[in-house]
Ligand binder design. Structure first.
Ligand code: SF4
Length: 284
């Protein structure tokens, strides 16, 4: 049987726990509602919500129920007004760290700063920050090549925000580039504590000499899970899986030590199932 070593810190963060609790409490009150976007980026949790009667929808116009739940990733501020127009009552499960970035970015904008969001333009969190802004007020940047295409020196001042779940180290070169072009640039530390803790623990796990391969467990759309995978895979052969079903037995041939970590939206039960499965198939 292989030795399974879990990261010191992995899995659910406070934002995800709170969002799921809010949705479950709502469902237990027999109210009818839908969730705008996956409540958290984990397919297992999304299915659990559907079993509770809470369908995931992609747009407000699809909602046919009296309530709409805004997910942990947050929404553009205009969506609150749109919900009001559609006569929908909002249950807000936006994570407090995401709300902080909404507040801070609005403050920076009111001070005349140009906003830079380092992150994925298609991620709901980043869409939430930028959807209501004018094109000339912000940039979303993912790499140095994109940063090189902008004349940063033309802005009087710049404030940089990170999508909460990024691995900051990977984007240092982007930030340094922008700063080298515009000295009046401030970087705000908006990567959330849960993401940092999971990332630091993943790195430690990958540095553990007893760990030969790592399974990183999380949803297909989960950005923080993907970043954990990148951190682990840079040091040890790693596999990004949604659950035990994705594990191929041949990956474990000749392996004595397996590391496990999981994204911030992965329920503990899935991690337990993966560990139990690895132990079972390697002892057969
Ligand atoms: S990963 Fe961080 S920002 Fe995202 S929901 Fe969890 S606590 Fe909030």
């Amino acid at each position: 049987m292989v030795k399974v070593i879990r990261a010191r810190k992995y899995g659910f963060c406070s934002g995800v726990r709170t969002a799921i609790l809010k949705a479950k409490k709502f469902a237990s009150q027999n109210k009818e509602g839908a969730i705008l976007g996956q409540i958290v980026h984990n397919e297992w949790v999304v299915e659990e919500m559907e079993r509770l009667g809470l369908k995931t929808v992609e747009t407000l116009s699809e909602v046919r129920k009296p309530y709409i739940i805004f997910s942990a990733h947050g929404v553009p501020p205009s969506f609150y007004k749109e919900a009001e127009r559609e006569k929908l009552q909002v249950v807000d499960a936006t994570c407090k760290f995401v709300l902080d970035i909404h507040k801070e970015s609005m403050k920076a904008l009111s001070e005349g700063k140009h906003l830079v969001f380092i992150g994925d333009p298609n991620h709901r969190e980043v869409i939430g920050y930028t959807h209501d802004l004018k094109k000339e007020q912000f940039h979303i940047i993912q790499n140095v090549e994109q940063a090189k295409k902008v004349r940063w020196e033309k802005y009087p001042a710049i404030t940089i925000f990170y999508q909460t779940t990024l691995n900051a180290d990977e984007y240092e070169d982007v930030v340094s580039f922008i700063m080298s072009k515009n000295r009046n640039t401030k970087k705000t530390d908006t990567i959330c504590y849960a993401t940092k803790e999971n990332q630091n623990a993943a790195k430690e796990l990958a540095q553990n000499p007893d760990v030969e391969i790592i399974f990183v467990i999380g949803g297909k759309k989960s950005a923080n899970t993907r970043h954990l995978y990148e951190i682990c895979n840079a040091l040890k052969k790693s596999y990004l899986i949604q659950g035990k079903e994705d594990i191929k037995k041949e990956w474990l041939v000749g392996i004595k030590g397996v590391g496990l970590t999981a994204g911030a939206s992965t329920p503990d039960k899935i991690v337990d199932d993966v560990e139990e499965y690895i132990k079972r198939i390697t002892s057969e």
